[in-house]
Design a protein around this ligand. Structure first.
Ligand code: ATP
Ligand code: MG
Length: 140
């Protein structure tokens, strides 16, 4: 299987609780390599653009407000089957349904404040990586 890249975001609930290193340990423990990483405070316009696919959903406004409530850490993860492997270590969207040992099971506060984002397909990963990083920022 080919080496793949995916976009990860450590969300404000996790940065607020100083969990960046703990989340990174989970990612690395799952065989993912952090090949780019950037801590940023998103503007409302940037958060709206990133989550534009969800703009009709009832939770969209709350989600945007949450995503700008503190710094986030955007990352490019590289590894075999990285998109699926990251989704696996993240766990289910709702931490109540997340499997033991996953990031969301251990760290998430709620279905909204669920500590991490991960791209859901290779196609979206390419779009989301380009949202945060240029090619020069990614060092494999
Ligand atoms: P992400 O896209 O952040 O990796 P996901 O793919 O597991 O998460 P999505 O369905 O894409 O879940 O939802 C995007 C984000 O919107 C979720 O991670 C969560 O923060 C928020 N969200 C999803 N469903 C709800 C809900 N019912 N109520 C509140 N917030 C929600
Ligand atoms: Mg999603």
């Amino acid at each position: 299987m080919a080496l793949e890249r995916t976009l990860s975001i450590i969300k404000p609930d996790a940065t607020r609780r100083n969990l960046t290193g703990a989340v990174n340990a989970k990612l690395e423990g799952a065989g993912l390599r952090i090949v780019a990483q950037r801590r940023v405070r998103l503007t409302t316009a940037q958060a709206e653009a990133f989550y534009a696919v969800h703009r009709e959903r009832p939770f969209f406004r709350d989600l945007v407000t949450f995503m700008v409530s503190g710094p986030v850490v955007a990352q490019v993860l590289e590894g075999e089957n990285a998109v699926a492997r990251n989704r696996e270590v993240m766990g289910a969207t709702n931490p109540a349904n997340a499997a033991p040992g996953t990031i969301r099971k251990e760290f998430a506060e709620s279905i909204e404040a669920n500590s991490v984002h991960g791209s859901d397909s290779a196609e979206n990963a390419a779009i989301e990586i380009a949202f945060f990083f240029s090619g020069l920022d990614i060092v494999g």
